[in-house]
Design a protein around this ligand. Structure first.
Ligand code: FES
Ligand SMILES: [Fe+2]
Length: 437
């Protein structure tokens, strides 16, 4: 038996357990900030959110405030949103367009490319601040993949592409949905939950809870004549109705299952989707187009960037800890560029019906996680959570827990240095046949 303080990965008995202390300990959170959020690649935003020179979005990225912007030269930048003078937040708007960021505290002003250009009372300084400090600081690394920007605060981090590795495939399946690319829909779903951030990571790639927690939604789907997820009969691209889980190096993982039914879709929406699929077939071949539009997919990119494509909606989500028992969650909707207003309306309706604050999915998920967090007060008596479902199976299903175990093994490696071997279920199906993207 391999046992560590945090994770019990018992390969002989196909038992995988997580010590509940990891969800409640302040000390562990501090170590996560150090070992995970300061060293792994962290998602910031998509290029479509800052299309024009001067456009900016301010974000909290794993606890660090940043300005994500397009500077006067058209370059995408990520700069820490803290004045070099005495620390005030430089930009206090959530988005906008600015050539200059002027600190409201004492008026130091910076170009949107970062240079410090004005210091009120500059003549009182013997050493000129603009020469001493030059400009706003950024994270050690900023890199993008298919328009998605990530930062890394570790100088020595491997490149983003190497880090994502084969799991990039599940980003491609989103980015390739339109020849014109993808765009984030305006509007953000931002909320906090009273539960540890890792509980929502687990939940975001958990097919096991769907039938129990989301039965109201499933019933609504059935009333509308659609088949709920994982309950269809069709095998799609070799993926059985019960779906499959797959794991990748660095803690990335995906679950997928045949997408059946488009609740509330009008004929025009169905036609738009069919047209997108025909275009993808022409560009990439049938099996890749089927993976794109015929399979629902939930992916986690370690540590907490989630991409969920349920064909009736496509969401990005991040989650960062505020404390061991509080998490800030942000969600965005993606649309393939070039779709009509009716399709956009359909996606927005679904996003609100399913993922929205009063939707049929998110509040139930949040309730489950908050209840778990509350009950972790019993950890002296019940010390471990179980994540063994499907362990030892030839092909884990979407409602097994392989994807969570893969994520936990990476978490454990970063926190303890102990590398637990994968279950060897890395699988990228249905490659593109052409690459004009
Ligand atoms: S803190 Fe920004 S000008 Fe003083
Ligand atoms: Fe859920």
């Amino acid at each position: 038996m391999t046992a560590s303080t945090y994770v019990n990965d018992d390969r002989q008995n196909h038992l995988f357990q997580v010590n509940r202390e990891v969800f409640t300990s302040q000390e562990i959170l501090e170590k996560e900030k150090q070992e995970i959020f300061s060293k792994a690649w962290i998602y910031v935003g998509h290029e479509s959110e800052i299309p024009n020179k001067g456009d900016f979005q301010t974000r909290d990225v794993a606890g660090r405030p940043v300005i994500f912007n397009r500077d006067r030269h058209g370059e995408v930048r990520v700069m820490l949103n803290s004045c070099l003078h005495r620390g005030a937040s430089l930009c206090r708007h959530s988005s906008g367009n600015a050539k200059i960021f002027t600190c409201f505290y004492h008026g130091w002003a910076y170009r949107n490319s970062g240079e410090l250009v004005n210091v009120p009372g500059n003549e009182d300084y013997k050493a000129e601040p603009a020469k001493v400090y030059e400009g706003l600081k950024g994270p050690a690394k900023v890199e993008s993949y298919r328009g998605l920007y990530f930062v890394n605060f570790d100088e020595d981090a491997e490149s983003l592409e190497d880090y994502l590795g084969e799991a990039k495939y599940f980003i491609d399946l989103v980015a390739d949905q339109s020849p014109e690319g993808i765009a984030i829909l305006e509007g953000t779903h931002k909320y906090s939950i009273k539960a540890n951030w890792k509980l929502l990571v687990e939940n975001s790639v958990d097919g096991y809870h769907a039938k129990s927690v989301h039965h109201t939604y499933f019933e609504m789907m059935m009333d509308l004549g659609a088949t709920p997820p994982m309950l269809g009969e069709e095998i799609v691209n070799g993926v059985a109705p019960s779906g499959m889980g797959t794991e990748f190096p660095n803690g990335h993982a995906t679950l997928m299952y045949p997408a059946n039914g488009l609740p509330l879709a009008t004929e025009s929406v169905k036609e738009t989707l069919a047209g997108m699929r025909r275009t993808a077939e022409e560009r990439f071949g049938e099996s890749y187009a089927t993976a794109m539009f015929g399979l629902s997919r939930n992916s986690v990119f370690f540590p907490s960037f989630i991409v969920i494509d349920l064909s009736f909606g496509l969401t990005l989500r991040t989650m960062y800890p505020i404390s061991p028992s509080e998490t800030i969650v942000t969600g965005w909707q993606i649309i393939p560029k070039g779709v009509d207003e009716e399709f956009i309306k359909y996606r927005v309706d679904n996003a609100l019906t399913f993922w929205g604050p009063a939707g049929l999915a998110t509040p139930d998920d949040v309730e489950a996680l908050e209840q778990a967090q509350k009950a972790f007060s019993t950890q002296a008596e019940i010390g471990w959570s179980d994540i063994s479902k499907g362990m030892g199976k030839q092909m884990p299903a979407a409602n097994d827990e392989l994807q969570m175990r893969a994520w936990w093994r990476e978490w454990n490696k970063r926190m303890t240095g102990e590398a637990l071997p994968s279950e060897g279920k890395s699988f990228v199906p249905f490659q593109k046949q052409t690459t004009d993207a």
